[in-house]
Design a protein around this ligand. Sequence first.
Ligand code: HSE
Length: 451
Amino acid sequence: MKSSLKVGLAGLGTVGASVVRLLERRRDELAAACGRPIEVVAVCARDRNKDRGIDLSTMRWYDDPAELARDEEIDVFVELIGGEDDPAAASVRAALSGRRAVVTANKALLAKHGTELARLAEANAVSLSFEAAVAGGIPVVKTMREALLANRIGRVYGILNGTCNYILTRMEAEGLDFATCLREAQRLGYAEADPTFDIDGFDSAHKLAILTSLAFGTEVDGEAVYVEGIRSIEPADLQAADELGFRIKLLGVALQAGDGIECRVHPTMVPKASAIARIDGVLNAVAIDGDALGEIILVGPGAGGDATASAVIADLADVARGDLVPPMGRAAHRLKPFPRARMRRHAGSYYIRLSVADRPGAFAAIAGRMAEKGISLESIVQRRRAPGQSDAGDASEGSVKPVFLVTHDTTEEAVREALAAIAADSVIASEPQVIRIERLDDTTPSARREN
Ligand code: HSE
């Protein structure tokens, strides 16, 4: 058997500790599968004395991850520090420049520096692997980078954040508000103490930026992702969605549009009958639409120590076997500049909830502004009160009433302009709620393309 693959591991949080444990637990099977053992020889973390329930006595300790990345004895540097810049970026650059393979779970780093790091890996003829960076344990990177090579990808979309999916699932199932469900997610350890990255959509956006590059052969451009989070979703929206035959998911969607690639993360109404609508709780799911294969959906845990460690170790196994696959699936110097489609040109149908002053003409003014922008309405419903609101909460004459609209296909620009005109007419009492509808029907990009 060949000599062992020597691993330097930076970051000993939940995932790092799971990697150490899982490598130990599967030691013999991994050695048999890879033709050589995989062995952690050096580690780096913030606190040397913390009890992590793992034996570090045989491993060299570093306080500085960049120093670990330069350790002459290691073959591969595993970066589980997190964060888009230093020290993660500096240590990954140090490892690649020193011709050491890198395995990372750091989506923020890749969304910002992915193209540069892929080029650095290529220039040094070493691998840069990141299966754990997208959808945790789900093997979506390998699937897109290797298994779907014969396909042209028309669209990739998915539920890329378990925290948001958990919150939306509980809000819908129990009629609870966002703040209550966020507190529950934090209590159960799903959401961070500072949950901004998850609930405002940035975590999903980082993952989508990576998937977009893999799907379309473009440079990784985290800045090109249009992002909305789930803070504004109210029980009224979930109930209206239910009545309309939809469920609301925080979806990341990247697709080839007329004027470029649309890359967006936002709450989305999806048909109840679609597979993605049935992904509940902390699960993630990624749907990939290839012209040869059609649509496939991968579902599984997008976070958690062992699930994420499973993906890290799959990448380590590739390094142990000597597999050298371009990080983004094609030569890094051939990645195309990102052709960003303008969000205002997005075409689709929309759900809109307005708080409308209950007086003569208000309804007509809204319908008129929509018509002026060429927006055809599929339905418009005024309620006595918001769904879920009791009679006691229903103010009398002259009060504000919820109005729910669903449009036929239109453009983002038309919707924005119509809503600006409606606001200027002073017939609405608060910011409109706008949720894009993704019908996910058989007019999928691959179905529309000619073979
Ligand atoms: N915080 C993420 C989630 C997992 O809730 O899915 C790590 O990206």
